[in-house]
Ligand binder design. Structure first.
Ligand code: GGG
Length: 358
């Protein structure tokens, strides 16, 4: 019997539409190859252009529309003529927080054929998952400004850590660590300087760890973690950190794996009350928009994460094998040192999918 999934596609801004279109083409090839898999795509044109026309980034009933989907396939948000905090809060965070996708899961691996700036680390040796708390912390939206423009102007940006929020992300991170061969979790904080919220994180990590006796874990301060990622990358497996810390660490991770252009992410509701949202980590990249050279690999890897989340692991594996085959063959976009266009990389992956044994 055919398994059918509704995918809400929100390409949004900049190179988002280019890489999501490429991803949909590749997903279509994967579904045809698998045979009994059908993906029904609902396209939503929300984003900065929608904002220019309607004064909002998405309509008031957008979350209700998204809830009808099995998963959301998102591109990127950001526009050179709209302040970044307006577009980020108007679209991406509205969706992640509105659908309580509280775990942002960011895998990093070396793909074959891709050169890393790290010395002496080979493909297969670096395999990390960074788990970013995605519902509160520094992105809680708490704070404000008073006495605007005056010498006594005050601005506050308050990070919020709740017991429920920290415990659920810690459990998700321990679960992910448990599911991986090395069963090791690193809990990242800044609990020497941030003596309230971050000490709270450390305490909750210790409490939750009692339920995961088969998982080893350690603690690292975020500044030390950046060094460890560069100098001792093999000591890392699964990482959990706050919304802001993990955002920064995962950009570093992507660069160490070769380029932000290959890094995928899933905004997951582990309890599956709402659809999860999958997107490349990269933003809208206005400097290369419309040039046809955006790297679609992050969008393909993102699509593979989405398929796996939907329970379609063989389809996800097939897609990743095709992507790895194309990278290994040196068909790479300029951010990876190659000359291939978005269309050429996409076509190569579509052909690799067609040539594979399903
Ligand atoms: N596809 C990811 C994306 O569009 N990111 C836009 C952005 O500015 N993100 C900042 C953040 O999530 O902290």
């Amino acid at each position: 019997m055919t398994r059918q999934y509704r995918i809400a596609s929100v390409p949004a801004d900049g190179i988002g539409p280019e890489v999501i279109e490429a991803g949909l083409e590749v997903l279509d090839a994967v579904a045809s190859k698998i045979g009994d898999l059908k993906l029904v795509i609902d396209r939503y044109e929300w984003g900065s252009n929608w904002y220019r026309k309607h004064g909002v980034f998405m309509p008031p009933d957008a979350l209700a529309w998204l809830r009808t989907a099995d998963a959301i396939y998102f591109g990127a948000v950001g526009d050179p003529n709209i302040p970044d905090h307006v577009s980020l809060w108007g679209l991406r965070l509205q969706i992640c927080q509105g659908l309580d996708q509280y775990a942002n899961v960011r895998p990093t691996r070396f793909l074959p054929g891709v050169t890393s700036p790290l010395r002496n680390v080979n493909a297969g040796e670096l395999d990390w998952v960074i788990v970013r708390e995605n519902s509160e912390g520094e992105y809680a939206g708490q704070g404000g400004r008073t006495h605007r423009g005056l010498p006594e102007e005050v601005a506050t940006e308050v990070a919020i850590f709740t017991r429920r929020g920290v415990e659920r992300i810690m459990r998700t991170a321990f679960d992910i660590a448990r599911s991986r061969p090395r069963k090791h979790l690193t809990v990242v904080t800044k609990s020497n300087a941030q003596r309230h919220g971050m000490v709270f994180w450390d305490e909750i990590a210790a409490l939750v760890s009692h339920d995961y006796k088969d998982v080893t874990w350690d603690k690292e301060l975020v500044d030390a973690m950046t060094m460890r990622m560069v100098l001792r990358p093999r000591t890392i497996d699964t990482v959990v950190a706050t919304n802001l810390h993990a955002d920064i660490l995962s950009d570093l991770a992507a660069a160490l794996a070769g380029s932000l252009g290959i890094a995928p992410t899933g905004n997951i509701d582990p309890e599956r009350r709402n659809p999860s949202m999958f997107e490349p980590i990269h933003g809208s990249a206005f400097d290369i928009t419309g040039k046809g050279i955006a790297n679609p690999v992050a969008s393909f890897w993102t699509a593979a994460m989405m398929l796996e989340h939907l329970g379609e692991k063989p389809a996800a594996d097939l897609l990743m094998k095709a992507v790895e085959q194309v990278c290994k063959a040196g068909i790479l976009s300029p951010d990876l040192g190659g000359k291939a266009t978005t269309k050429e990389v996409t076509q190569a992956v579509v052909e690799a999918v067609r040539g594979m044994n399903a």
